[in-house]
Design a protein around this ligand. Structure first.
Ligand SMILES: Cc1cc2nc3c(=O)[nH]c(=O)nc-3n(C[C@H](O)[C@H](O)[C@H](O)COP(=O)(O)O)c2cc1C
Length: 412
């Protein structure tokens, strides 16, 4: 469906070539100072036509606030946000009247609904993510102001070009495929430093949004190579969320990482999600993989962070980090041998303006979905804590059953 979240609830609307796209955001706390400019920053990072690495579709993606905000302050009522679709060229899609694009959503949408938008990807288009990015920007504003929460995503690979191992990948199997149990930490010191310090300004220094400039240049060449061959290429985005209080996440079905995975895998073109040590973490024994507890700033923390900040589906106060795999975009102008809707074999060479690689533009979308998840889970946990705080204290329980000292509290 088109709604995500329980207490912070985001509904997006719009197709690639309709009049406008946008969102209704319900559950934003009243009294938050918020302007269109706060939302526009992230929409402008998402918009097409930012560089020669993205689709040339020229949309300004200017946000129009429709409701829920007066004199720069949220009212607590649904916030309506609208962005006009302006640079549409439906004629570019005439071939796809005959051919469903291989690995796009034309065939599955038509099969499911028995009807589909007459041009473009319709609802499956990444235009839909505008509503998410706008909603995420609102959530982020609250999270930053009240909890100091920071969310930064960056491009960690394009095709086979990855951030160097000492910067971006867990140093788990130093001897390649050998069956040894060597491991120092899920994270190299350099990668930990990167997660702890990376900023959006650093990410945006290069159009690829890869924070390692030498690698970013290689990525650029790889994307240009795909573009010049009328082809496309995939990649990964890594995201870190800092300063999230311990205690968020709703076991068992709504574990924090399950919510994150749901949010991330709902972004178009995603194919993979891993959190913390991820698949690499399966290669070392528990004695190496466990995160020992230590006292940090007077609170219990962990000395390593293989868990990626989540244990038992609940945040533990450490940095939350995860990685998402994006496929090579489906629409390519290189001729592809395929079949028409009626099964007639033939060759499709798609026209239209398309992204040769989606990851640079996916960065703000990943950040937005992360913000929406954290915001929703915070409101849920705060509701529980408020309800519990109204009860008289229980003094009859053994000490093993209650929190011994102040941990990281969720409410301020
Ligand atoms: C930022 C972004 C831009 C995208 N641009 C394109 C594009 O130009 N051409 C294309 O075929 N797919 C593009 N996609 C992916 C499609 O929307 C997606 O592959 C399609 O809807 C099929 O859905 P699925 O890949 O999730 O199965 C983009 C995705 C994102 C996140």
């Amino acid at each position: 469906m088109s709604t995500f979240g329980s207490l912070f609830r985001v509904t997006t609307y719009g197709e690639s070539h309709c009049a406008s796209v946008g969102a209704i955001i319900d559950g934003c706390p009243p009294g938050l100072e918020l302007s269109a400019a706060d939302v526009q920053v992230q929409l402008s990072r998402r918009r097409p036509g930012q560089s020669n690495l993205t689709t040339p579709r020229d949309e300004k993606d200017l946000v129009h606030i429709q409701s829920g905000i007066e004199q720069g302050v949220t009212l607590g009522t649904p916030i309506g946000l609208l962005v006009k679709n302006e640079d549409q060229r439906p004629k570019d899609y005439s071939e796809t009247d005959l051919y469903p694009r291989p690995s796009h959503a034309d065939y599955t949408y038509l099969t499911k609904y028995g009807i589909k938008a007459s041009s473009g990807g319709g609802r499956s288009s990444a235009r839909e993510t505008i509503g998410r990015v706008a909603a995420g920007a609102i959530a982020e504003r609250y999270l930053k102001q009240v909890y100091g929460i920071e969310i930064v995503a960056f491009v960690s690979s394009v095709g086979k070009i990855h951030l160097p191992a000492h910067v971006a990948t867990p140093s788990i199997a130093p001897n390649g495929n050998q069956d040894n149990d060597e491991a120092e930490d899920a994270l190299t010191p350099e990668f930990r430093h990167l997660l702890a310090t990376i900023t959006r300004e650093e990410v945006d220094k290069h159009p690829t949004r890869c924070p390692h400039l030498e690698t970013a240049e290689l990525m650029t060449k790889r994307i240009i190579r795909a573009k010049e061959a009328s082809d496309s290429i995939g990649g990964t985005v890594t995201c870190v969320i800092r300063n999230v209080p311990a205690g968020l996440g709703e076991p068992v079905f709504d574990k924090f990482e399950a919510k994150l995975a749901h949010a991330m895998l709902s972004i178009p073109a995603t194919k993979a999600f891993e959190v913390g040590s991820g698949f690499k973490g399966t290669e070392v024994p528990g004695s190496k993989h466990n995160d020992p507890f230590v006292l940090k700033d007077g609170k219990l923390g962990t000395s390593t962070n293989w868990s990626g900040g989540i244990q038992g589906g609940i945040t533990n106060g450490e940095d939350i980090f995860f990685r998402i795999g994006f496929k090579s975009p489906a629409t390519i102008s290189q001729p592809q041998y395929t079949a028409q809707y009626d099964g007639t074999p033939g060759t499709l060479a798609a026209r239209g303006r398309h992204d040769p690689c989606v990851v640079p533009r996916a960065v703000p979308i990943v950040e937005a979905m992360a913000a929406i998840v954290v915001m929703d889970q915070l409101l849920i946990q705060n509701a529980r804590k408020t309800a519990a705080s109204l009860l008289p204290p229980i003094t009859t329980l053994p000490p093993t059953m209650v929190m011994p000292s102040k941990g990281k509290e969720v409410s301020q």
